[in-house]
Design a protein around this ligand. Structure first.
Ligand SMILES: Cc1cc2nc3c(=O)[nH]c(=O)nc-3n(C[C@H](O)[C@H](O)[C@H](O)COP(=O)(O)OP(=O)(O)OC[C@H]3O[C@@H](n4cnc5c(N)ncnc54)[C@H](O)[C@@H]3O)c2cc1C
Length: 381
């Protein structure tokens, strides 16, 4: 395993970095932290797909570039450094496309996957419900057969991309202890979306989704009936790698800002970078970012090799999202009073970082999964 970038990866990330710095980040900063309307979001995402985002790890047959997950995560890191608000919709489209390619019928794939990869179509994935968080197997949203249709009733919450989505892969209870994925077009009667305001990341959408007698043709079933939980666990592996990259990309930005600031701010007659307690914070950030990236790319390489890697993804996810919280807190501290003002991005990074340890399995759940894979004794059934 080599963690040095290949020439191809270097060229791809350099090209992307240039467009993020010159074009995308200035527009996003001017827009502020407000919700990004759908057409504007589509414009950003379509630009990013020209640099390989979303398309990289997928087969050419569906509009992909046949690259690997390691390269995809290298690219995704660059977006995360500039704007997690854009990185998240990309994550969801990648996870959704991956789920459809692995599980959906050919007609569903043909209809939706090329649009997902080109950034023309947005997807959401709904597991969580008001009473269903860490215990994903307990989903209550019910789908009942009525001839050639499913009739779906229930409520989902925390759904990323909700206000932007064109299609929704909903985890439904179809029998006792039986979960099934069903694809719903967003404009289907009976489906209602409401945004959830958050402490950060309000440019992208996190939503409640209400489903009242939503009728969906049975050919929209994704994967086999009853295989919803199993297919979700594979999706979690990919999503957790992204969440790990979320952590070290935000931490990298916090470190870059801290380095710049400490090289220009002087106190007690010298640059603060030369004060040993500040130097220690920067050394910690750099080391932990590298460790987080190594853990994550190891997991991505296992995905590329077709290996299951629940434990490795869980390690990367909890470690990286937690070191990001610490790195951003230290970045605020390095900026002193300036760190808590809106003039400096570290204030925003600290609010964004604190969200990372929650989605796609909390830190606590990742640790339980790691321990279970080592001891064979589950903390939950
Ligand atoms: C920004 C954001 C985006 C999201 N996007 C999506 C999405 O697109 N689709 C989707 O389906 N969901 C999404 N989620 C939901 C997310 O996956 C859940 O919030 C997460 O799984 C935790 O569930 P919960 O919030 O209900 O917390 P709970 O499960 O209620 O947990 C509360 C606390 O108890 C702890 N806890 C729970 N069980 C145990 C246990 N057995 N042992 C020890 N501690 C435990 C947790 O770690 C946590 O600290 C998103 C969440 C956020 C914040």
């Amino acid at each position: 395993m080599t963690m040095q970038m290949t020439e191809e990866q270097r060229m791809a990330t350099d090209g992307l970095r240039k467009v993020l710095d010159a074009e995308i980040e200035p527009k996003l900063r001017a827009h502020g932290e407000k919700f990004i309307p759908k057409e504007m979001m589509k414009g950003f995402i379509k630009t990013l797909t020209e640099y390989g985002l979303i398309r990289a790890p997928f087969p050419e047959q569906w509009g992909g570039l046949e690259m690997d997950w390691v390269t995809h995560l290298r690219l995704w890191e660059e977006v995360g450094v500039s704007a997690i608000d854009l990185a998240l919709p990309i994550l969801i489209n990648v996870s959704g496309a991956d789920m459809l390619i692995r599980n959906a019928s050919d007609s569903v794939k043909e209809k939706y996957v090329p649009g997902l990869l080109s950034g023309e179509v947005f997807i959401s994935m709904g597991i969580s419900e008001p009473d269903v968080g860490s215990d994903v197997a307990a989903a209550k949203t019910r789908a009942v057969r009525d001839g050639d249709y499913w009739v779906i009733n229930g409520e989902k919450t925390w759904i990323s991309n909700g206000e932007h989505m064109d299609i929704f892969v909903c985890t439904c209870k179809t029998g006792e202890g039986e979960l099934t994925h069903i694809l719903i077009e967003a404009d289907t009667p009976g489906l209602e979306v409401r945004g959830i305001p958050k402490m950060a990341l309000n440019g992208q959408s996190t939503s409640q989704i209400f489903l009242a007698d939503v009728r969906v043709p049975v050919e929209n079933t994704v994967g086999e009936i009853g295989q919803g939980l199993k297919n979700t666990l594979v999706t979690f592996e990919r999503a957790r790698c992204h969440m790990a990259a979320w952590g070290y990309s935000i931490a990298r930005r916090a470190m870059e800002e801290s380095i710049k600031y400490s090289q220009t701010r002087s106190q007690h007659g010298k640059l603060i970078a030369g004060h040993q307690l500040i130097a220690e914070k920067i050394a910690n950030m750099a080391t932990q970012i590298d460790a987080a990236r190594l853990l994550t790319l190891r997991a991505a390489e296992m995905i590329d090799q077709g290996l299951r890697c629940d434990k490795e993804c869980a390690m990367a996810k909890w470690f990286s999202t937690e070191i990001a919280v610490k790195a951003c807190r230290d970045a605020v501290q390095i900026h002193g009073g300036n760190g808590v003002t809106k003039e400096f991005i570290v204030e925003r990074l600290a609010r964004e970082a604190i969200i990372g340890p929650i989605p796609d399995g909390t830190t606590e759940i990742q640790k339980l999964l790691i321990a279970r894979s080592l001891t064979g004794v589950p903390a939950f059934s």
